[in-house]
Write a protein that binds this ligand. Structure first.
Ligand code: SAM
Ligand code: SF4
Length: 330
């Protein structure tokens, strides 16, 4: 189905929520059946060299505790995740050059030697050589969110990072054969409903394997700390429209949704998401990965987290999938 800009604007304003959410759910079930794919995230470093104005991990934030997991700790988390039958591990971090190209490559190689899991990387802009080497080592997917497709807003949100270079980064990932993911944060300061409509159209043009749209959650130790959180309904409508326009893309229900709204992840699944991601970062450091307040506050073990995810999915009449859950986008 196609939707033009005016139709998208009208849907974002809530003019036809019943049709929108029903169509998004129906589209998801047609493509993915009743299965929801599960991903375990290992957040292995909270160090970051960037200055993103929205994110608690930004380099100038001196108030958070920084940590790095050693290779052994990363492997332990991945082993546990594989024992729990999770078929995808997401390795995520701030942009941390301490984990150089070769070190990350060895971690990927070791995970692939130990387990039959898919590896998604979310390590920021680390350059062509890194992207290429990590792909050669066996990484399957890479998530590099644009955050917005409006070049001037982008550069105001991410000082020191060029819009064109990041966009080229996403295209390069595709050329290397990764399942490439990108996405946006909804409700960032200065964004309008028109920005969102244009972002949705631009993301759709990019033919992505994964698309993530999560709501902005203000972090007090950032320049955007005093701003309002995103409107959760607008975030859900954005996801639903993205689903209708990108039926085959993997779309996660983000943890940020749960932070801004009780049962937000469930609402995300009801709005067209087919993927649930959760942190399996060791409990000793999990809370320090504080992108925004409320992130990673659960003290559950990985086993209990997975059991909770299964329960949530089953309570919706859906099936927690054991599949790798690769993209259906060609
Ligand atoms: N450092 C890598 C990068 O930026 O691509 C990967 C990790 S970064 C913490 C993962 C995502 O967190 C970002 O792409 C951004 O969308 C999201 N994020 C950061 N701060 C946020 C906030 N305050 N509210 C909502 N999402 C946020
Ligand atoms: Fe660093 Fe990513 Fe946060 Fe930006 S969004 S400050 S790159 S961790």
């Amino acid at each position: 189905m196609t939707l033009d800009r005016d139709a998208i604007l009208s849907l974002l304003k809530g003019d036809n929520d019943t049709w929108l959410f029903e169509t998004a759910r129906k589209t998801t079930r047609e493509i993915f059946g009743d299965e929801i794919y599960l991903r375990g995230i290992v957040e292995f470093s909270s160090f970051c060299r960037c200055h993103c104005n929205y994110c608690g991990l930004r380099a100038p934030n001196k108030e958070i505790r920084r940590y790095r997991l050693c290779r052994h700790e990363i492997m332990e988390a991945v082993d546990e995740l594989a024992e729990l039958n999770l078929a995808t591990v997401v390795l995520q971090s701030g942009e941390d050059p301490h984990f150089d190209v070769a070190t990350v490559g060895k971690i990927i190689t070791e995970i692939k030697a130990r387990h039959q899991v898919a590896i998604t990387l979310s390590l920021g802009e680390r350059g062509r050589e890194a992207f290429s080497h990590w792909r050669d080592c066996g990484a399957d997917r890479y998530l590099l969110k644009m955050e917005t497709l409006d070049a001037s807003l982008y550069e105001s949100y991410r000082p020191g990072s060029g819009f064109a270079a990041r966009l080229k980064g996403v295209e390069h990932l595709k050329r290397l054969g990764y399942e490439a993911g990108s996405g946006i944060i909804t409700g960032l300061p200065g964004m309008t409903i028109e920005t969102l409509a244009d972002d949705i159209l631009a993301l759709t043009e990019m033919t992505l394997h994964m698309i993530s749209a999560g709501p902005f959650v203000p972090h007090p130790q950032t320049p955007f700390g005093e701003n309002e959180p995103a409107d959760v309904m607008v975030a859900l409508r954005t996801m639903a429209i993205l689903r209708i326009l990108n039926p085959k893309a993997n779309i996660p229900s983000t943890s940020a949704l749960e932070t801004v709204q009780k049962e937000g992840r469930k609402m995300g699944i009801e709005s067209g998401a087919n993927v649930l991601m959760f942190s399996v970062t060791p409990a000793s450091v999990r809370k320090s990965y504080s992108i925004y307040p409320g992130k990673n506050q659960e003290e559950k073990s990985a086993a209990d987290t997975v059991a909770g995810a299964h329960e949530l999915i089953r309570s919706m009449g859906l099936i927690p999938s054991k599949k790798v859950g690769g993209s259906k986008v060609q």
